[in-house]
Design a protein around this ligand. Structure first.
Ligand SMILES: C[S@@+](CC[C@H](N)C(=O)[O-])C[C@H]1O[C@@H](n2cnc3c(N)ncnc32)[C@H](O)[C@@H]1O
Length: 256
């Protein structure tokens, strides 16, 4: 499967063992493991769980969910708390392998940078009250998903949009993926970077053009109604005293 001439699995940063460990930490480390005694905001930790719990409408009955760009799977497992059939898809084989290990064993150890060459060991664990057998994982490309995927009551795309080589191709597939009356949960910081997306394919982000949030609304509005909009902060730890703080725009859309 080919993403584009300039972006392939060989150059994909999400395939490296360090990124697997970093994402395991981002998705599963407890706040005290990440913060130690530093004054960092606890409300920005646990993004992979919050993106589900703050966007999902729990009053809508849902029997199936798709987590596209699932990385190492924490949002997929979180969806499985209330949804009996969850599929997590990611382009990275290394991330899907880690997700499968978590499904089978419930834990996976990793090492993340502490300072210089010193590292911190930790163990990612799936909470015992989540039925891991509800979740399945597979590799796939968000802009070229297999045609026989069917549709889902809930589709989650967390911090995926601005990592795609052609975000519009993904948006155009969404009406097929979300069942009528179903929910599309989207989170994105609109961090457009040439490294991932050629600038002419950014959805917004041009000096004299519209804001990305407005472009998103325009592209989705013929098939979806915007129902809920929130700010979703997240913290990615680089080392024990350095964190990347981002704020994704979180939205829930109802399929018309
Ligand atoms: C910024 S991470 C977000 C991961 C996770 N959803 C989260 O919120 O923590 C982007 C994820 O999208 C995946 N990804 C990038 N391009 C993709 C594509 N074309 N198809 C599917 N997944 C892709 C990456 O491997 C990575 O796991």
């Amino acid at each position: 499967m080919i993403l584009s001439d300039s972006f392939s699995r060989v150059s994909n940063p999400y395939e490296t063992p360090q990124l697997v460990s970093d994402y395991l930490f981002f998705h599963y480390a407890a706040f005290h493991e990440a913060a130690g005694d530093l004054p960092i905001p606890e409300s920005a930790w646990g993004f992979a769980q919050r993106v589900v719990n703050e966007l999902l409408d729990p009053t809508s009955p849902s029997s199936s969910a798709l987590d596209i760009g699932c990385a190492v799977g924490a949002s997929s497992f979180e969806l499985a708390r209330t949804i009996p059939r969850v599929l997590g898809i990611d382009y990275s084989e290394a991330f899907i392998e880690a997700s499968e290990t978590l499904k089978n064993n419930s834990f996976l150890a990793g090492d993340v940078p502490w300072e210089g060459r010193k590292t911190q060991s930790f163990v990612a664990r799936i909470p015992a009250d989540i039925d891991r057998q509800r979740v399945h994982f597979e590799t796939g490309n968000a802009i070229d998903l297999r045609r026989d995927l069917g549709n889902f009551d809930v589709v989650l795309a967390a911090n995926l949009l601005c990592r795609l080589p052609a975000p519009i191709a993904f948006l155009e597939r969404l009406p097929d993926l979300v069942a009528p009356g179903g929910q599309l949960l989207m989170a994105t910081p609109f961090s457009w970077l040439e490294q991932y997306t050629p600038p002419f394919l950014w959805l917004g982000g041009q000096q004299d053009g519209p804001a990305s949030a407005d472009v998103l609304q325009e592209k989705l509005s013929s098939h979806f109604r915007l129902e809920h909009e929130i700010n979703l902060p997240f913290l990615i730890r680089e080392h024990s005293r350095k964190f990347q703080y981002g704020i994704s725009l979180g939205t829930r859309w109802r399929r018309l």
